[in-house]
Design a binder for this molecule. Sequence first.
Ligand SMILES: [Zn+2]
Length: 139
Amino acid sequence: MAKGDIKINNLIKLHTLLLLSRRRIHGYEIMNALQQNFGAKISASQVYPFLALLKNRGYIEHSKMDKREKKDYSLTKEGREFVRRISSKFASIIDFAVQSKVKTCAHCNCEVYKGGYEQRVRGKKLYFCCMNCAKSYAR
Ligand SMILES: [Zn+2]
């Protein structure tokens, strides 16, 4: 971690960075997305000082597209590097979160993150990567 980096010590900050890394986004959109994600009221004071700090460090900038009231933020090159550093710092936590969603196919042992196929085989609920594996297993 580079010296003097902003500390990411809560999920709101982490999530804000993830939102920023996806697309140009307005401050209130960030707040709405956070509120939906955490299912709790997010106050401006939990978001805007952090955005100001990011801007101060040159990690985000107002989009140059609109000079009117709208204030879309986007990550700068330095900002993207910062997000990369943070992501690797949180890699083990992210791995853990992903791992808890990964299931193993009972037939071919491949790991499935999304989708897949659940079927009862001889009274046991088993998980398969696809219908074909389920068929082959049941045979
Ligand atoms: Zn399979």
